[in-house]
Design a protein around this ligand. Structure first.
Ligand SMILES: Cc1cc2nc3c(=O)[nH]c(=O)nc-3n(C[C@H](O)[C@H](O)[C@H](O)COP(=O)(O)O)c2cc1C
Length: 202
């Protein structure tokens, strides 16, 4: 037996909690941006995040409401997606505090930064991967804005490379689950996709 839920009768808040409990696990973009005057470096986790296009490479994150990350990305046309690794668990959560815009999370939380190569917002020094992005487009949807960024540079720490390729066991990415739950990498299984041609042979 299934229990039925309708967005209209449940209401937006409760349906949001249902959606975030079932669309799991979600990767976390730890988004760094700069204010237009270049003075304040902002950092915040966004789990409504994925690859939007492979050629050209475009990633997307969603701002629910108009937050500092969104406003900075719109005003400067740049942002960096830092991978959110397990050892930085509590620091990542600390950057989700609603600090005022003039109080950047890098300084407020004490996160070490390093310069990016192709864009002005800094990278998180301890994050194993940074995707440097130029704003491609934004799409307003109801109470949210989807932010698309063209990846103009990827900086990957050599420690997470195995045979020249980023390895998930080294990256140790965190994920967002429902409520205040977070996930870590569990069992990893390998299974190749089966071409139709091979199925017909059997
Ligand atoms: C793990 C995690 C994931 C989050 N994902 C999102 C998200 O996808 N979109 C969003 O708008 N807020 C998300 N938040 C909340 C923001 O991080 C929070 O509102 C933050 O203060 C926004 O910072 P900013 O105003 O500096 O951009 C998330 C929080 C956590 C802890």
């Amino acid at each position: 037996m299934r229990i039925d839920y309708s967005p209209d009768s449940l209401g937006a808040g409760a349906f949001y909690r249902l959606l975030t409990a079932v669309v799991v696990p979600r990767p976390i973009a730890w988004v760094s941006t700069l204010t237009a005057d270049g003075r304040t470096a902002n950092l915040a986790p966004h789990s409504f995040f994925t690859v939007a296009c492979t050629d050209p490479p475009i990633v997307q994150f969603t701002s629910v409401g108009r937050k500092d990350s969104l406003r900075n990305a719109e005003e400067t046309g740049e942002f960096v997606v830092n991978v959110a690794p397990e050892p930085l668990f509590e620091q990542i959560n600390d950057t989700a505090t609603d600090f005022p815009r003039e109080e950047g999370e890098f300084d407020a939380v004490g996160i070490e930064r390093e310069p990016s190569l192709r864009v002005k917002p800094p990278r998180v020094a301890a994050s194993p991967v940074a995707l440097e992005c130029r704003l491609h487009a934004t799409l307003g949807l109801g109470n949210s804005t989807v932010v698309f960024g063209r990846v103009v540079h990827a900086a990957v720490h050599e420690d997470v490379l195995v045979d020249g390729h980023p390895d998930v066991r080294q990256l140790r990415p965190l994920s967002r689950l429902g409520k205040n739950e977070w996930g870590t990498i569990g069992e990893i299984r390998d299974l190749a996709r089966i071409p139709y041609h091979d199925r017909r042979k059997g």
